[in-house]
Design a protein around this ligand. Structure first.
Ligand SMILES: [Zn+2]
Length: 398
């Protein structure tokens, strides 16, 4: 049964060619159509998009009552496979204890101790929580196993919920390798990677990632990160990098040099980093994670400067037990607008079209695209940031 959706006060298509001629700020970027309709086929593919006055008939119809419809959020950076509770660490941080990456070991111990079924239930609940807030596509990283068996297990469980899985064996150096870092990098780039990427089509991971952060004793320096990324690329994986989170470092430039799909955090950048990101436009996305700065009480990255310099800017949640246990893209959108100088349109575009591109996806509402949609209980996308903290957006089941 095909379905005609009507009563759409404002439709964000992410297709500038569709903008309906209004001149409100952001209309062009978002390809906004007012008083819109769309038709979805029985197998969930968008068949038609346009003004309701021109809509074709369909087998069934649903009136959305004057709401806004947007592309479902694409959360391109999460660490959902973990067990344990680190709320006390958050409380300590709020009273002055700085973050240095050391708490990850707490999550590693709890994750290793959890059963498959416990981990599976935790991850599924987090994905459902995200969907209830408008996220229809999610990337999930490993990185709280840090043994061959536990990393494979994390990726297998993630794979049950999304094809966008990322091998993050190089999250931190686990305690048992603290006195021999090189042996751990060899394990990640050798046996672990070989098992993850066993043979192209059946690879457990789409991408490889590394926490490149010389300012943390637990993370990886530029040379170690390069070794991880080059090995991942040789194994056929796309590249992602955690870079320049805690201070200035080599992560951003390394990501641009190696053609990574995304370099994430980008909080501490110098002019050469910004130039490298602008030159890498179309290849490497700068993914900002403002929930992390919120949850660690740190300075926010300067999104305005990056956008004005011509950088592709995405936003994502970084949902993880240490630095940001928020799965909410609407919250990240509100922070991006309030704290990082993005317009509401730029923030929505960053959390849909640009984050999608960093996963090799196209997130437009256009004929032929899968109907990955979200609906807002409000007449326009402006309400996402305007009504921060109010649960007005959710994935739309069609
Ligand atoms: Zn992360």
């Amino acid at each position: 049964m095909s379905l005609l959706l009507t009563g759409i006060a404002e439709l964000t298509t992410n297709d500038p060619a569709r903008a309906d001629g209004h001149t409100d700020p952001g209309d062009g970027l978002l390809g906004i159509v007012r008083d819109a309709a769309l038709v979805v086929s029985a197998d969930g593919v968008i068949e038609w998009v346009g003004p309701v006055a021109e809509a074709p008939d369909a087998d069934d119809r649903r009136d959305l009552g004057g709401r806004a419809v947007i592309p479902g959020f694409v959360d391109s950076h999460t660490h959902l496979v973990f067990a344990g509770d680190r709320s006390a660490e958050f409380a300590a941080r709020m009273t002055g204890t700085p973050y240095d990456g050391g708490g990850i070991a707490v999550s590693v111990a709890a994750t290793r101790a959890a059963s498959d079924d416990e981990l599976r239930a935790l991850v599924a609940a987090r994905v459902a929580e995200m969907r209830a807030q408008g996220t229809t596509t999610v990337e999930i990283k490993s990185g709280y196993g840090l043994t061959l068996e536990d990393e494979l297990r994390s990726l297998r469980i993630a794979r049950e919920l999304t094809p966008h899985t990322t091998f993050l064996g190089a999250h931190v150096v686990p305690r048992e390798y603290a006195s021999d870092r090189a042996a751990y990098v060899d394990l990640v780039t050798g046996p672990m990677l070989a098992a993850v990427a066993a043979d192209g089509a059946t690879s457990l991971a789409e991408s490889i990632d590394v926490f490149c952060e010389p300012h943390s004793a637990h993370a990886f320096d530029g040379d170690e990160a390069r070794a991880v990324l080059e090995a991942g690329r040789a194994a056929g994986l796309a590249l992602r990098v955690h870079g320049n989170q805690l201070g200035h470092g080599p992560g951003v430039r390394l990501a641009c040099e190696l053609g990574a799909r995304s370099v994430d955090h980008c909080t501490f950048l110098d002019d050469a980093d910004v130039e490298a990101l602008a030159a890498a436009r179309g290849t490497t996305v700068a993914t900002l994670l403002p929930g992390v700065e919120f949850s660690t009480r740190s300075p926010y990255p300067d999104a305005r400067h990056l956008i004005d310099a011509g950088v592709d800017v995405a936003i994502a949640s970084d949902c993880n037990p240490g630095t940001c246990y928020s799965s909410s893209i609407p919250f990240a959108v509100a922070l991006a607008v309030r704290e990082m100088g993005m317009t509401p349109a730029e923030a929505l575009h960053a959390a849909t079209a640009v984050s999608a591109r960093s996963l090799g996806l196209d997130r437009r509402i256009a004929p032929g695209q899968p109907a990955q949609l979200a609906v807002i209980d409000a007449p326009s996308h402006l309400h996402l940031a305007y009504r921060a903290g109010v649960p007005i957006v959710r994935a739309l089941d069609v």
